[in-house]
Design a protein around this ligand. Structure first.
Ligand SMILES: NC(=O)c1ccc[n+]([C@@H]2O[C@H](COP(=O)([O-])OP(=O)(O)OC[C@H]3O[C@@H](n4cnc5c(N)ncnc54)[C@H](OP(=O)(O)O)[C@@H]3O)[C@@H](O)[C@H]2O)c1
Length: 251
């Protein structure tokens, strides 16, 4: 399938984990991608992994910066304007969870930082993308913690619930031209989630009806679907990608 032939996609936090899997999937289907992250070294490794076309032109470029830094955002959109002259898809993938513990014990400054990166920055990337002439679709990376109790990572869950609702609001505002959807994964094996399963993967996986944890490609496929014209009549929705964790059978 070449659903993204001639299209350009911007993926925040695309140097590893879920973001890199999404980048790989879109490149495999014909896209050029621009990826971001804080470490230029990691981005360079990801760009090398994403390869070059027949003419030797890299499929990806990587621009380093923090997702909540306005100057970094401006640099990314200047690069897109200069090198591509178009933008078709945005994936708001960069997200943080710098605190672990009960909600009542999280410091207000940490709460603000989580909301700044996971919610406000997603809105800012979207605003800039729309101003840059975004043509087709957006996917936001929410989390299953948005719709269930998330012991230890409660405020992360609050931020992802806000992002899920922002998806609905933006889908309504940006229709009919641009579709906006989200995905909400349970535990996916990446550096970000390692503390949730390291040393007890079998035990955690046993809680999932599908009896395993997620891998980044489990998320990349549904994200590619939502970005593509296969989802042309879907907007404002969040797909749970959770190995059945949300089924919660009674009895
Ligand atoms: N893994 C899971 O179980 C899971 C479940 C539900 C939702 N999610 C969501 O999925 C998204 C991706 O998570 P992941 O598991 O793939 O994480 P990951 O493997 O740690 O990758 C995170 C990516 O984002 C970049 N990044 C981190 N903080 C950033 C910041 N402040 N500004 C810019 N880039 C930043 C990282 O590069 P640098 O470190 O170089 O900046 C990296 O490229 C996040 O929004 C996360 O909340 C993950």
């Amino acid at each position: 399938m070449q659903r993204f032939e001639s299209s350009v996609a911007l993926i925040t936090g695309g140097s590893r984990g879920i973001g890199l899997a999404i980048a790989r999937r879109l490149v495999d289907e014909g896209a050029r991608v621009v990826i971001t992250g804080r470490s230029q070294e990691s981005l360079d490794a990801a760009v090398a992994e994403l390869g070059v076309d027949e003419a030797g032109v890299p499929h990806a470029t990587g621009i380093a910066g923090k997702a909540d830094d306005a100057e970094h955002r401006a640099a990314v959109f200047a690069h897109i304007a200069e090198c591509h002259g178009r933008l078709d898809h945005l994936v708001n993938n960069a997200g943080i969870n710098p605190a672990y513990g009960p909600a009542l014990e999280i410091e207000a400054s940490v709460i603000r930082k989580i909301l700044e990166v996971n919610v406000v920055a997603a809105l800012e990337w979207t605003r800039s993308a729309v101003e840059a002439g975004l043509t087709r679709s957006i996917v936001n990376l929410s989390s299953i913690s948005a719709v269930s109790a998330a012991p230890g990572i409660a405020f992360y869950g609050v931020s992802k619930a806000a992002l899920m609702n922002l998806t609905v609001q933006l889908a309504h505002e940006l229709a009919p031209g641009i579709r906006v959807n989200a995905v909400a994964p349970a535990v996916v094996k990446t550096a970000f989630a390692r503390a949730l399963y390291e040393g007890r993967e079998a035990e955690v996986a046993a809680e999932y009806p599908l009896q395993r944890l997620g891998v980044p490609d489990d998320v990349a496929g549904p994200v590619a679907f939502l970005l593509s014209e296969d989802a042309a009549w879907i907007t404002g929705q969040t797909i749970l990608i959770d190995g059945g964790a949300s089924l919660r059978p009674i009895g």
